[in-house]
Design a protein around this ligand. Structure first.
Ligand SMILES: [Zn+2]
Length: 321
């Protein structure tokens, strides 16, 4: 009896042995911890509209080397217990109005390496397909906002009309401007043509001129400076407002407290700084919800005025949108 029991236990141990080796099982099964965050989307309601924030991933940047006041930048990041380079979120926003599906910005597509370009995967994970998008609203033409429009020269959103302030294509798609621009900006011109021109060729690019109602409940707000034609989009339904700004803030740790700090990507740094001051002041005074492309995902919250500068008040997480 004892002999039999021992043999049975031994047999069970032999069978169970490999299965109990947890790391091997996890790897073979594909479950458990993995070195990536996905899917990345976050849902909220805005009146009758359904909003889905979509992560395109991140861009890692040592912002102290590309911003106007390196000492202020380094101190702000140290105070926030954050190391440089920092991973800047790249957020896109899908607004389902019930009759139209409107995507604000498209992420970086294939332009920024493997830490970005996740928009389409996250769109699908959230229950939508690229073919579902009726309208794309670009805050501005820049690799991490318009880059996801096309991959391999093909339109990612085949049915979508793409809207942008006329000043941005007039600048970024014009070879004349490229030859006059600093050499550090050449790549942006090339990437702009590569990703926006397929929509021009298909007759799917629409331009507007400054503050405009694009579709019922969504109007553009000029934010000129960072690029010649940057705009934010005010989304409103049943009296609830969500303002989706473009590149008003790249580094939250610095630029809410110090709105005068600019970044090398600004085409006109003085105008960009003045626009930031205006938009922050308006957001603090009016108290609407803000969504920011480079604020830590999902980049939703409110702006509060301080004696000097502003602070960011992230929206609390909600499990049931
Ligand atoms: Zn930009």
């Amino acid at each position: 009896m004892r002999h039999c029991l021992t043999r049975a236990v031994l047999a069970a141990a032999l069978i169970a042995g490999p299965a109990n080796a947890a790391p091997a099982t996890t790897a073979a099964g594909g479950g458990g911890w993995q070195p990536q965050q996905t899917p990345g989307f976050y849902r909220l309601r805005l009146g009758d509209f359904r909003v889905t924030v979509l992560s395109d991933g991140v861009a890692s940047r040592d912002v102290s080397s590309i911003m106007s006041n390196p000492a202020t930048v380094r101190r702000a990041f140290a105070d926030a217990h954050q190391a440089l380079p920092v991973e800047l979120s790249i957020n896109c926003y899908l607004i389902d109005t019930g009759s139209q599906r409107v995507l604000v910005d498209t992420g970086a597509g294939e332009l920024f390496g493997d830490t970005a370009g996740s928009l389409v995967a996250n769109l699908r994970a959230a229950g939508y397909a690229p073919e579902d998008i009726d309208v794309v609203l670009l805050t501005h033409i820049h690799g991490d906002h318009s880059g996801g429009l096309s991959v391999g020269g093909k339109r990612v959103f085949p049915r979508a009309l793409v809207y942008v302030d006329r000043r941005d294509p007039a600048y970024w798609l014009d070879v004349q401007h490229e030859t006059q621009a600093p050499s550090t900006r050449r790549l942006s011109f090339q990437q702009s043509r590569q990703t926006v021109n397929p929509y021009v060729a298909a007759g799917m690019l629409r331009t507007f001129d400054g503050d405009t109602e694009i579709i019922p409940g969504i109007h553009s707000v000029t934010e000129y400076g960072h690029t010649p034609g940057m705009n934010g989009y005010m989304v409103e339904s049943k009296g609830q407002r969500l303002y989706l700004w473009g590149d008003i803030i790249h580094a939250a740790e610095v630029q809410f407290r110090h709105p005068e700090v600019t970044i090398d990507y600004d085409v006109d740094a003085a105008a960009a700084s003045a626009t930031r001051a205006t938009r922050l002041s308006d957001a603090a005074k009016q108290g609407y919800l803000v969504g920011g492309a480079h604020l830590s995902f999902p980049g939703l919250g409110h702006v509060q005025a301080l004696d000097q500068g502003y602070q960011w008040m992230p929206l609390p997480y909600s499990a049931k949108p």
